[in-house]
Design a protein around this ligand. Structure first.
Ligand code: DOR
Ligand code: ZN
Length: 294
């Protein structure tokens, strides 16, 4: 087969940055086969209000007029139920929750989910999605490190869904068999995004190789197999969110590296290659173009 045509894709998780980096990466979204994307709010400072989101969207639209940008707010203490209603009225798509300290620009992240009950109720009523970076912070006393940080987060997801069953929740960039099982077992309002890189990488690919380092880190081969399995079987609550996260080469290649894999300009070709190797090219259209949108 020389070519394969599928509908334009949705990327439900994308980092487009600011300033010079934004000018480089925003015009490349469409080249990767994506016509609509959910934009992450972990800029400096974070996207905190509907006004910030609309200003950011304007800057992105000027750089990539052929892409639709769905905006998100960073879950911060100043986000009130009233601000949620304002955001909904202004067309904001959702709210992103980063547990404090788990990844790039998550210093202002959430420490206590219980503190946001009123905000989650307002989101549930307004139809805003809650997008969750599902990891708990590393903690030696609790034996938590990057390899089990996602699995340790899952009880929190179960509790949230139990308390807000109508709230649309996306567990982002799942990396473990446990997360796949958990999302499958929860109700129809809970979904998960899967990145292109997590369908390919395991621990051996990032340990000592900074360009493959991202959060959550790629896990064991059996975890990667569970991700492959769930997308190949075409489960409708698992869809594309690339988490394409560009950093300057100098930062990726510095002594401490920094989390993020940049896939956006080649996103659909990467996916097509992976699906082809897995023998499920017939599933390629649904994963990036149908399920998330539905
Ligand atoms: O690898 C990552 N990079 N994971 C995230 O959650 C954030 C992202 C970034 O902003 O660089
Ligand atoms: Zn991300």
């Amino acid at each position: 087969m020389d070519s394969l045509t599928i509908p334009i894709a949705d990327d439900f998780h994308l980092h487009l940055r600011q300033d010079a980096m934004m000018h480089v990466v925003a015009p490349l979204v469409r080249a990767g086969g994506v016509g609509r994307c959910v934009v992450m709010p972990n800029t400096t400072p974070p996207i905190a209000t509907a006004e910030d989101a609309i200003r950011y969207r304007g800057a992105l639209e000027a750089l990539a007029p052929d892409v639709e940008f769905l905006m998100t707010l960073y879950l911060l203490p100043e986000l009130t139920p009233q601000a949620v209603s304002t955001a909904a009225a202004q067309g904001v798509f959702g709210v992103k929750c980063y547990p404090k300290g788990v990844t790039t620009n998550s210093e202002s992240g959430t420490e206590d989910f219980g503190a946001y009950d009123a905000v989650f109720s307002a989101m549930e009523a307004e139809g805003l999605a809650l997008l969750i970076h599902g990891e708990v912070p590393s903690n030696a006393e609790k034996d938590v490190c990057v390899l089990n940080a996602e699995a340790r987060f899952l009880p929190e997801l179960e509790k949230l869904h139990g308390r807000f069953p109508k709230l649309r929740i996306v567990l982002e960039h799942v990396t473990t068999a446990k997360a796949v099982d958990c999302v499958k077992a929860l109700g129809s309002t809970v979904a998960a995004t899967v990145t292109a890189h997590h369908l390919d990488l395991t621990v051996d690919d990032w340990a000592g190789r900074n360009h493959n380092f991202c959060k959550p880190v790629a896990k064991y081969p059996h975890d990667r197999d569970a991700l492959r399995q769930v997308v190949c079987e075409g489960h409708p609550r698992f869809f594309l969110g690339s988490d394409s996260a560009p950093h300057p080469r100098s930062a990726k290649e510095s002594a401490c590296g920094c989390a993020g894999v940049f896939t956006s300009p080649l996103l659909l070709p990467y996916l097509a290659d992976t699906f082809d190797r897995l023998g499920c090219l017939d599933r390629l259209a649904d994963f990036p173009s149908t399920f998330g949108c539905a």
